[in-house]
Design a protein around this ligand. Structure first.
Ligand SMILES: *Cc1c(COP(=O)(O)O)cnc(C)c1O
Length: 407
């Protein structure tokens, strides 16, 4: 049976097939980069129009009370919570992932007096490593990096915090969250998981694994839009001892008491710093509602089926490409990464054919399978395009080697 025929059968049996209609996707595009910027939910423009025209234009300052602006950060956080195995009062939507990393790394250092080492994985997402470096430059932390396989050996009595990304941005490899959290706790360290490539794509059980802290991204699988607010999780048992250094007025116990002295809010609100980005939160809430409606379990199942089907389709076309993602779909997130010395040009040749993936330096072609809006027909077609690009050598056209700023 041809890949197209099999795709049609899979699509006909796909319980999530109808959700594609809930997103805006341009004609002629197969979007395999939802792991970098999620697609636009169809209702987002109308929701934003209402927030701007009615709540801002007509309600003006009154909307902080009457339109739920003040509560938005906590409300959206509470909706993200069940997607990551957290309680509603343990998650808040705010700032960027980078800023949330800073706040929580600093909080962890404060909670582990006498320990300064932040242990992470070499090759972790750059911002995670840079945020540790910034605290190191302030004399507050010592950065220690270990290879993935040596992380547990690198845990000792100097480590305050183990900071890891659950699903690796480049390879899609997924860590065993429960085992690594347990190992860190046994070494007397706290744990902070970056869920940027997990949230909305793979099941996560923060409380099941007794995780201390987590952060995650709003514009990837949660479809909150470019630069959407991120989120932060702090286990409730740590709320009484939580202390973070970005002590802005929105994290105050009573911001509108206008006191000269800072007093942190007792709960997760302490992680707020400045005024909440109301427009960004409104867009994020639409994405979170939609992903929650579909359900992470079903999304994960479909993403595994999509990526397996992609590999089979590629294989059936005789295309040979080194896959650097784990072969077992249960051990990876919702993406497949391929290594090729000309990965950049191949990615550009695919984009010229309407198949949007991305390139990660130095030699990785990364294809994301956002299950909420991709069909099996998309996957069969994308595999056909990739096989054709490789077989024809069309990636060798000089135009495909011109680097842009954002890859
Ligand atoms: C996307 C991503 C981020 C994003 O950080 P920003 O502060 O939003 O730019 C952080 N960490 C990881 C692992 C990511 O994949």
């Amino acid at each position: 049976m041809t890949a197209e025929r099999r795709a049609a059968e899979f699509d006909a049996a796909d319980p999530l097939a109808g959700y594609r209609e809930r997103f805006t996707l341009p004609e002629g595009v197969i979007y395999l980069d939802g792991n970098s910027l999620g697609a636009l939910p169809k209702t987002t423009p109308e929701v934003l129009r209402c927030v701007v025209k009615k709540e801002w234009g007509e309600g003006l300052i009154r909307s902080w009370n009457s339109a739920g602006w003040f509560e938005a950060a906590g409300r959206v956080g509470a909706k993200i919570a069940p997607l990551v195995g957290a309680a509603p009062q343990e998650v808040i939507a705010c700032d960027s992932t980078s800023v949330n990393l800073f706040k929580l790394i600093a909080a962890a250092l404060q909670m582990c007096p006498g320990r300064k080492v932040i242990l992470s994985e070499s090759g972790n997402f750059p911002t995670d490593l840079y945020m540790i470096a910034g605290l190191e430059a302030q004399g507050l932390a010592t950065r220690r990096l270990a290879e993935r396989e040596r992380l547990i050996d690198a845990l000792d009595s100097d480590v305050a915090l183990l900071l890891l990304t659950h699903v690796h941005y480049k390879t899609g490899a997924m860590h065993d969250m429960a085992a690594l959290t347990r190992a860190a706790h046994e070494a007397g360290a706290l744990v902070l998981w970056d869920l940027s490539h997990s949230t909305g794509a793979v099941p996560v059980d923060l409380n099941g694994a007794s995780v201390d802290f987590a952060v995650g991204c709003g514009y990837k699988y949660l479809c909150g839009g470019p630069g959407a607010p991120a989120f932060a999780f702090v286990a409730e048992r740590h709320h009484p001892s939580l202390s973070q250094p970005l002590t802005g007025w929105f994290g105050h116990a009573a911001p509108f008491a206008f006191s000269d002295d800072y007093a942190p809010a007792p709960g997760i609100e302490q992680l707020l710093c400045g005024t909440s980005p109301v427009l960004g939160l409104a867009a994020l809430e639409v994405g979170v509602d939609l992903i929650a409606e579909i359900g992470v379990g079903r999304l994960h199942q479909k993403s595994q089926a999509l990526s397996e089907f992609f590999l089979q389709s590629l294989d059936a076309q005789g295309a040979v490409l080194e896959c650097v993602s784990p072969p077992d779909s249960g051990a990876r997130g919702s993406q497949l990464s391929f290594r090729h010395p000309e990965a950049y040009a191949i990615c550009q040749a695919l984009i010229a054919r309407g198949v949007i993936g991305d390139f990660r330096d130095p030699d990785v072609l990364r294809l994301g399978f956002a299950p909420a809006y991709l069909s099996f027909a998309d996957i069969a077609a994308a595999a056909g395009h990739l096989a054709a690009v490789l077989a024809s050598g069309e990636w060798q056209r000089p135009a495909f080697s011109q680097r842009t700023t954002v890859t």
